[in-house]
Design a protein around this ligand. Structure first.
Ligand code: HDE
Length: 702
């Protein structure tokens, strides 16, 4: 054996409180001491050297007998499981659901029987189209999947942040998903719907028009998971102890109100912090600001379903909250991040068919198709039928069955009995009283591939959604359509979309046609049913109307430079904390800045790494703008905050920076001078507005 292949300890050193020794090649080895666990192989064998593979001679080939190297690399090579075919990028958290009052009148579901009952929960938020490593601020639907570990088994409400869907029949799901994902020949675009295949499919599928209005609205670019609604989408059923059924729709309402970003901001956030939504949820939970949603339900009977304007089994329709006001029944609180992302968030398996006794399905053909689909996807992703043995998927109530064996079986039965009925008087048995009751619904009809006539109106609710928006939000929808369609290379597809828009709203169609530079207006698309003009606007559909009116849960960015007024900063910090909001200090370097009183304040971010898109409002707490004027990041910081209609606080010496950003002549009520600490209170009072939307038109005309 050559001398250099030995790894005898030569000299011990201490690094970060750990005793290490240097091998002969100079490399550092960790020594397992009394407090440090010994590194072993997966088989438990102690490892002597984890820095060098076994080789012949110091510069020779590696040896096959190195079982430690082989096992380590083998395991690494198999670390990935297939990402979800949809909703691949997601982020989850633990929490609980608390029931307000008994709903025994409507459902026998155990979790709704007792006021104050707490049910453990795991929630995963996601985008739909992008891969696992894609950015958070894609224009996309957000998944809002809730797993409730009830005393009668897991209940998964696998919903979205939009209450309707693109298609009416599950058989079209592979088509819509193929169309939105990367085009198969070129492998792009990633996490974007702005391309020909998507708009080709959409414009050939009029049933998607209602959903498209939502996806082109700011709902598809939420500011945070914490500020978005969740919806069960389909009509479900409650079943009570007398086997009586009531239809039900589920809505999650964020306690902090709704908020989205603007498109230009979304594009920039994706560059500045692709994990913006993940970081936001992580920080909120880690700092004890636990996000909360209220569960509200729309309850109705068959008579309501019969007289309602649309078919309640059609997932492209909603029931306006003004028509059927939702009832608050409980709250969902997220208070704990997973210990391990892979084990929990990646391996969690949601399935629409997971419902406890007291919840039942409707005949919505999309829901029925989903109930069939989700088991397959778990088998593919998690590698075998025992995915309920993974702790995140295991029920938290007593359970017993005769399923056995299979890949990676972790819970193995003991004893002789693995079937029933048996003569040994052992093992679980079914219970007609306590088991899951399926509603004895009478169904009839011929087998056929059919779409009900009652599903045929594709434009009326798309129109209702559009007319329910504030003018700011309507402008955003038009701009989104123009942006997306401008990326579509085939003119006829652009025209086809405008022909659908004519059936939704003439003015919208006109703006989009103009924005796309169409030479002539196309003919309206053929409509199976003419668009209804009589549906009343519903303010529940507008984000701005459902805004928070307070700054709680939001984030202020404070830019400081040497010589700033520490008293103002301290008062600002105190006031923001009292609002339940957070702040970050930004300085030319992360080392911070020295206040006029001589004290140094560390920064959380340096200006080049913290564009204003990362904040809900900003303050320019500077004593002299001289150095900032030379820094393009500082100029963009201000110009973007203004263009994105944010509230800006500034000190007088910051004026040259406002000028440099081109906004000094356009100051409005959202740009607020802070002369001293006593100006903080009026500034904070403005923050609840979140945005000065009237500025948007001014910015356009600048
Ligand atoms: Fe899903 N969907 N989906 N979906 N879906 C999946 O299941 C599917 C639909 C939704 O965070 C997959 O575990 C079909 C509507 C969410 O893990 C897959 C149809 C709604 C999530 C699947 C739909 C959703 C999924 C992929 C058409 C809103 C992420 C990985 C009938 C109400 C859950 C997985 C998580 C995930 C199938 C339509 C929501 C392939 C066939 C409508 C939030 O099984």
């Amino acid at each position: 054996m050559s001398k250099s292949s030995k790894t005898k300890p030569t000299k011990s050193v201490t690094v970060h409180d750990q005793t290490l020794y240097r091998g002969e090649g100079g490399e550092l080895h960790q020594i397992a001491g009394n407090d440090t666990p010994l590194l072993t192989t997966a088989q438990g064998g102690p490892v002597r050297d984890d820095q060098n593979a076994l080789r012949q001679g110091s510069r020779g080939p590696l040896l096959v007998e190195d079982f430690h190297f082989r096992e380590k690399i083998f395991h690494f090579d198999h670390e990935r499981i297939p990402e979800r075919v949809v909703h691949a990028r997601g982020y989850g958290a633990h929490g609980y659901f608390e029931t307000y009052d008994s709903l025994a009148k409507y459902t026998r579901a155990d979790l709704f029987q007792r006021a104050g009952e707490k049910t453990p929960a795991f929630v995963r938020f996601s985008t739909v189209a992008g891969s696992k490593g894609s950015f958070d601020l894609a224009r996309d639907v957000r998944g809002f999947a809730v797993k409730l570990y009830t005393q009668e088994g897991n209940w998964d409400i696998v919903g979205n942040n939009i209450p309707v869907f693109f298609i009416q029949d599950a058989i079209k799901f592979p088509d819509i998903i193929h169309a939105v994902k990367q085009e198969p020949d070129r492998g792009f675009p990633q996490a974007q719907s702005a391309h020909d295949n998507f708009w080709d499919f959409i414009t050939l599928t009029p049933e998607s028009m209602h959903m498209i209005m939502w996806v082109m609205s700011d709902r598809a670019i939420p500011r945070s998971f914490r500020f978005m609604e969740g919806f069960g989408v389909h009509t479900f059923r409650f079943i009570n102890a007398k086997d009586e059924s009531t239809f039900v729709k589920f809505h999650w309402k964020p306690k902090l109100g709704l908020q989205s970003v603007v498109w230009n901001e979304a594009v920039k956030i994706n560059g500045a912090d692709p994990d913006f939504h993940r970081r936001d949820l992580w920080q909120a939970i880690k700092t004890g600001s636990f996000p909360e949603w209220e569960l509200q339900i729309q309850l109705f009977d068959q008579a309501f379903a019969d007289r309602f304007d649309f078919d309640v089994l059609d997932a492209t329709k909603l029931i306006p909250e003004e028509v059927l006001p939702p009832i608050p029944v409980g709250r969902l609180v997220l208070d704990r991040m997973p210990d391990n992302f892979f084990a929990e968030t990646e391996q969690v398996a949601f399935m629409t068919q997971n419902v406890p006794p007291g919840i039942d399905f409707s005949d919505d053909p999309l829901l029925q198709g989903r109930n069939f689909s989700y088991l397959d996807t778990q088998l593919k992703r998690l590698g075998g039928p025992n995915f309920t043995h993974i702790p995140i998927n295991a029920p938290k109530c007593p359970f017993a069955h005769f399923q056995q064996d299979g890949h990676m079986a972790m819970r193995n039965p003991v004893g002789r009995v693995n079937y029933q009925p048996n003569s040994w008087g052992e093992g679980p048995r079914e219970s007609p009283d306590r088991g899951f009751p399926t509603l004895a619904e009478a169904v009839s009809g011929e087998k056929a591939r059919l779409r009900a006539e009652s599903f045929a109106d594709h434009y009326s609710q798309a129109r209702q959604f559009f007319i329910s928006q504030t003018s700011t939000e309507q402008n955003h929808i038009a701009a989104a359509l123009i942006f997306e369609l401008s990326k579509v290379e085939t003119t006829v597809i652009r025209e086809r979309m405008v022909s659908h828009l004519i059936n939704i709203d003439h003015d919208l169609a006109g703006s989009v046609a103009k924005g796309l530079g169409l030479k002539a207006m196309p003919k309206p698309a053929d409509a199976a049913v003419p668009t209804r003009q009589d549906l009343a606007p519903s303010s529940a559909l507008s984000i701005i109307e459902q805004g928070p009116k307070r700054f709680e849960g939001r984030k202020l960015g404070v830019l400081i430079t040497d010589g700033f007024d520490a008293a103002v900063l301290k008062k600002l910090q105190k006031a923001i904390t009292a609002e339940g909001a957070t702040f970050e200090i930004i300085a030319p370097s992360v080392g911070g800045a020295k206040a006029a009183d001589g004290n140094n304040f560390d920064a959380n971010q340096m200006i080049d790494g913290a564009p204003s898109v990362l904040y809900d409002a900003v303050v320019l707490l500077v004593s002299a703008a001289t150095d900032l004027l030379k820094n393009p990041s500082a100029r963009d910081f201000v110009a973007d905050a203004f263009a994105h209609c944010k509230i800006i606080g500034y000190t007088e010496p910051a004026l040259p920076l406002l000028k440099k950003a081109g906004i000094a002549d356009a100051l409005d009520e959202g740009v607020i001078l802070i002369k001293s600490a006593k100006d903080i209170a009026p500034f904070i009072a403005q923050l609840g507005k979140l945005r000065v939307w009237s500025r948007e038109a001014a910015v356009k005309n600048q």
